[in-house]
Design a protein around this ligand. Sequence first.
Ligand code: PRP
Length: 179
Amino acid sequence: MHQDCERILLTQEMIARRVAEVGKAVDAHYAGKTPLIIGILKGSIIFFSDFIRLLTCPVELDFMAVSSYGSGSVSSGNLRIKKDIDRDVAGRDVIIVEDIIDSGFTLANLKALLSERGAKSVAVVTLLNKIGRREYEIEPDYNCFNIENEFVVGYGLDYDQKYRNLPYIGILKRSVYEK
Ligand code: PRP
């Protein structure tokens, strides 16, 4: 285990097993369709790459990078798009892939934005769901793990851009982010 982690919350095996279950459920739902799968940079990259390889339906891939201006009412105006998708979403079945839902701000806004752009359907697939932290009305269509309000890193998730490459999800030591 990395020295900056207090403990491992989700092992590689736990993640692989649960991601496979969720991937199978999503795959069954999209049989006969060609969803446009949008990964939200950067946290989702590891989950995204494992998840898409579980799908047997044809898929198209795209990416967005966003950041928030802080809290406020739910509107796409509060979400800053740093990198937009290249594809037109009109009439498409869209699957947004995220690493974590915290306040719900990012996904509530993203879902509204993609619907406004004319997507036929917008589903949210997330690796982690911090259920106790929700401030905006958004629930994932598919979620791998509910977690408590802990500082998690690894499997794509960072602290100060570090730890994304850890193969497991660990809880960061307080001393790392409180110094
Ligand atoms: C994280 C995560 C979500 C968002 C969730 O991204 O990937 O996009 O925060 O928080 P919310 O539910 O309160 O909106 P972050 O801004 O840390 O960027 P990163 O993915 O590049 O690490």
